[in-house]
Write a protein that binds this ligand. Structure first.
Ligand code: SF4
Length: 692
């Protein structure tokens, strides 16, 4: 049972091989891939290198060096797709030894240092089964491993309270112990105040401001710090979401939830943003490779027991009645058959990641059934070869372990376009007394497609460092949340208000009740104050609309357009579009207290540009006036401006400047009372407030 599906990615030769393999899954409904006739694409036949696993470890680096040196490939063109993690780790060390940068993401979320530190402090204040190991970690960080293990040996069999009493005695002698005790007291205070888990996480991070981990995040922006930042953000988001899903969220219940996650789910660490993968060979498991494509794919370790992987029969699966195992067929289908067909499907996925060239590596002894089946076919659909290690092959340097580590760092810095960091690492590598490393001279295009919005551009203009934390490191903000939520609620109310013919006062107040969310505000008093303001604000809006009834043509409408010359994609959402005579006017609601001019407002200029380019969903027409509607300014709520071509090109210059700064990785702090007053990052992440 086969279906024909068009595939635009791979050459016909690669598809022929993949199809010839999957057709053996005769008990399942599988897809055969075919190139569209009108877009033919041919290339060399895939090659099976007959190679034992040990030989492959030497031959694959050689093949990669050949491709880079002779075929003008960049490392990032090449993917190595393995069936298991173990193979990736082994092979990666051989590649690194041969001066080949590899991109391999094996970090686990719960192993990232900042995640471990925050959780350790949380366990310490809650006092649970992990408190002992948490205290050990915290003391080890401050006092060193030797001191801590001696302390634990001396305090063998004592309770955690007794340990704290002893630490109290030692605190006059050791300032670092005094710091641990003080910090614990401060965090304990917010725990006793029954703050929500996300608030306590924030508090812990603030208390840890002076620790090396957080200090390094302020002072340096290498891969290690970027990994810490990305996972700190992930931890904060998990804590925030827990608040939403749990009825009575407490630190204790959150830690219980985190324990379950840690035990049962092997969560991957969040990866720092990287802009190009040209810098390193990509190493992935087949499962990770799904949805990706690479000019060249190498599938190594095609050996019986490795790929297809050996079936570990679970007892419970064996004990299933045979009729239960009839998954999708009428004939009884053995567990072994099912496993093999599933493995063949995985092999098919791996092969079809290749666009131009496909290389298989595996032996003839203990041969994989997949290469056996393919090799038996006539006419031949793959070349069979053994790899020569002749003098002709290009010599490549062997790297010592220090250089290998630096090489990994180097590839991360280049991939993230942090060339200053990369240069520093390169000069460190050159200074190591070893054979010189060749710089990859292939040009790396740093003009990657940048996605921006009016608010991200504004954020960059007001403080580039804040932009980096918010949009690149994705550290969530905190204090501004209540005002942000207030704005979202009001926008939702006005959106629905204009969708209905009933535009009475009762209607708008009902809508406010419908969209109001008590949990968006940190405490009751704040919520009541905001609600009072909201009632007044929508009532005034109703009065205004009664006198100036608009012809609304669209609400909350998305747009996206690309400024080709800048390689920048701009996207956003327009609050309201009205028909005004023969033009369209754009209205943006503002809940802020301060008023600003519409002229020179980048957001409104981008809305005009979107209308000009017919980039707003289902809307066509001439852009006219743009209006800022300040909802708190009841007497004189509007600021308006009609953008001329000159105005627009001035605004696009601003976009160009911001894009250039981001691409150059220019993220200086821009401290100032107005900027920093409400900035969450001031508390522990901003180097401009170091001395606080
Ligand atoms: S505290 Fe000020 S300088 Fe620091 S990130 Fe925030 S806005 Fe920028």
């Amino acid at each position: 049972m086969v279906k024909l599906v068009e595939n635009y990615r791979s050459t016909s030769q690669i598809l022929d091989l993949a199809n010839a393999s999957i057709i053996n899954n005769n008990q399942r409904e599988e897809k055969l891939l075919t190139r569209p006739k009108e877009i033919p694409k041919n290339g060399p036949k895939p090659i099976w290198f007959i190679s034992e696993s040990k030989e492959s470890m030497d031959q694959i680096p050689q093949l990669i060096h050949n491709m880079v040196e002779k075929d003008n490939r960049v490392f990032g063109d090449i993917a190595i797709i393995c069936r298991s993690w173990g193979h990736i780790k082994n092979l990666a060390s051989f590649l690194q030894k041969s001066a080949i940068p590899v991109d391999i993401h094996i970090e686990k979320f719960f192993n990232v240092p900042i995640v471990k530190n925050v959780l350790a402090w949380a366990h310490l204040v809650v006092v649970d089964e992990k408190s002992e190991s948490a205290l050990f970690r915290i003391l080890k960080e401050k006092m060193g491993y030797k001191w801590t293990s001696e302390f634990y040996r001396d305090m063998n069999k004592s309770s955690i309270d007794e340990k704290f009493n002893q630490l109290e005695n030692l605190s006059t002698q050791f300032p670092d112990i005094a710091w641990v005790l003080e910090t614990r007291e401060k965090i304990l205070k917010s725990y006793k105040m029954k703050q929500s888990p996300d608030e306590i996480v924030w508090n812990i991070l603030t208390q840890l401001k002076s620790t090396s981990e957080i200090e390094n995040m302020r002072k340096s922006y290498r891969y290690k710090q970027r990994l810490n930042l990305a996972n700190m953000a992930k931890l904060m988001i998990i804590a925030e979401r827990f608040n939403i899903i749990e009825d009575n969220p407490s630190l204790k219940s959150w830690l219980h939830y985190m324990n379950i996650l840690q035990r049962n789910m092997n969560i991957e660490a969040a990866q720092p943003k990287e802009y190009n993968n040209n810098a390193a060979v990509q190493m992935l498991t087949v499962h990770q490779s799904k949805g990706s494509e690479f000019p060249v794919a190498i599938i190594p370790f095609l050996r019986s027991g490795s790929f297809p992987i050996r079936l570990n029969k679970s007892k419970s699966l064996d004990e299933l009645p045979i009729t239960w195992k009839n998954w999708s067929t009428e004939e009884p289908f053995s567990v072994e058959d099912f496993h093999l067909q599933e493995e063949r499907r995985i092999f098919h996925v791996a092969c079809t990641r290749a666009k131009d060239k496909l290389y298989l590596f595996g032996p003839t002894k203990a041969q994989s059934i997949f290469t056996k089946e393919l090799d038996a076919l006539e006419p031949k659909i793959m070349e069979v070869s053994t790899m020569k290690t002749s003098n002709e092959s290009i010599e490549h340097p062997e790297l010592n372990p220090d250089k290998q580590k630096l090489l990994v760092e180097l590839s991360h810095e280049v991939a993230a376009n942090h060339y200053d960091n990369a240069r520093e690492i390169l000069s460190k590598m050159k200074n190591l007394n070893d054979s010189p490393i060749k710089e990859n001279t292939n040009q790396i295009d740093s003009k990657y497609l940048l996605k921006l919005s009016a608010s991200s551009i504004n954020d960059y203009q007001s403080c580039p460092y804040k932009y980096r934390l918010k949009y690149i490191d994705k550290v969530p903000e905190r204090k501004s949340r209540a005002t942000m939520e207030f704005g979202i609620i009001i926008h939702n109310v006005l959106d629905e208000f204009h969708s209905d013919d009933d535009q009475s006062l009762k209607k708008i107040l009902d809508l406010l009740d419908k969209h109001w969310r008590k949990d968006a505000f940190e405490y009751l008093l704040r919520e009541e104050e905001f609600k009072k303001q909201a009632i007044e604000l929508v009532t005034e809006y109703f009065q205004y609309i009664k006198k100036h009834r608009p012809t609304v043509v669209a609400r909350e409408r998305m747009f996206t357009f690309t400024i080709d010359e800048l390689q920048v994609v701009i996207s956003g959402k327009i609050d309201r579009i009205d028909q005004e005579d023969d033009s369209l006017s754009v209205i943006d609601y503002k809940t802020s207290k301060n008023k600003e001019k519409a002229k020179g407002n980048l957001q409104l200029a981008l809305y005009t540009e979107a209308l000009k380019r017919d980039a707003v969903e289902d809307i066509k027409g001439n852009p006219g006036a743009t209006i800022l509607h300040f909802l708190r300014h009841y007497d004189d709520p509007l600021e308006s401006h009609t953008f001329t071509s000159d105005d627009l090109s001035k605004e696009l210059d601003k976009v160009a400047k911001v894009a250039e700064g981001i691409r150059k990785n220019e993220f200086p702090t821009k401290p100032g009372d107005f900027n920093c007053q409400y900035c969450d990052y001031r508390e522990f992440l901003c180097p401009a407030w170091e001395e606080e």
